[in-house]
Write a protein that binds this ligand. Sequence first.
Ligand SMILES: C[S@@+](CC[C@H](N)C(=O)[O-])C[C@H]1O[C@@H](n2cnc3c(N)ncnc32)[C@H](O)[C@@H]1O
Length: 253
Amino acid sequence: MSSEFSDPVTWWRVHRDDHVVLDGFHAIKHALRFGADVRVVLSADVPTLTRLADDLAPDVALTVTRLATPVSQDVLATLVRRPHPTRVAALASRPNLRLPTPRTAPVITLDNPRHLGNAGAVVRLAAGFGLDGVLTTGDVDPWHPAVVRAAAGLHFATAVSRVDEDEMPRGPLFVLDAKGDDLRDVTVPDDAVLVFGSERHGVSRKFRDRADLVASLPMRPKVSSYNLATSVAMTVYAWAARKETVTGARRQR
Ligand SMILES: C[S@@+](CC[C@H](N)C(=O)[O-])C[C@H]1O[C@@H](n2cnc3c(N)ncnc32)[C@H](O)[C@@H]1O
């Protein structure tokens, strides 16, 4: 925290817009585990925070409790829209994570996603499976507090960024759409760029025209589509199921 404001609440109000809001204990825990520079932690219940940290995350407990400043629940409610039941929130520096080179795992592209919870669920998936990143097109900020909250702070475990449609990374471009080649007959390459469409309108023409392959997840007749985040989960699982090791988790035989 900068010395220009000795009061952490004032610092929060001044710096909130250019920092990442971590809402709740689990988001703070994950962010710290994946190297976030957490600047301020405000807690309306320090004893519970200390117990949670000791019980659930002894690896970061010392850092969390050292950073924690007690505030009232009323003050916390003026700083975050809907305070998390764990009554703690933090601000972290926004990292500039880049896609790794060489690419070793797929990148997810969400084409103009509308639902912040879906975007967060996809970041959480990408972190769990060790994907190279999550890119979004359109006007949603993938670092919006609601997306970070839905991702349980796992933005720091993968590269998350908003991009233009013309800024796709290298790699085979696979579009996922209800009408396409059956994904069960497809091998998803490690360096694939997997494009998923918006909840309302699906994948835009621009991506369809550039696709190396359009793949579909099996559905029984009369069902028109799956939810966006579950579609990503099934596709990523199809990639991972063929691999011996994913994110350091070796297959048990
Ligand atoms: C809720 S769906 C979009 C539905 C939209 N009304 C449409 O016309 O495509 C959101 C995204 O999930 C993915 N998706 C949903 N069901 C799928 C399926 N059966 N196969 C492949 N992708 C699917 C697609 O990428 C789709 O654009």
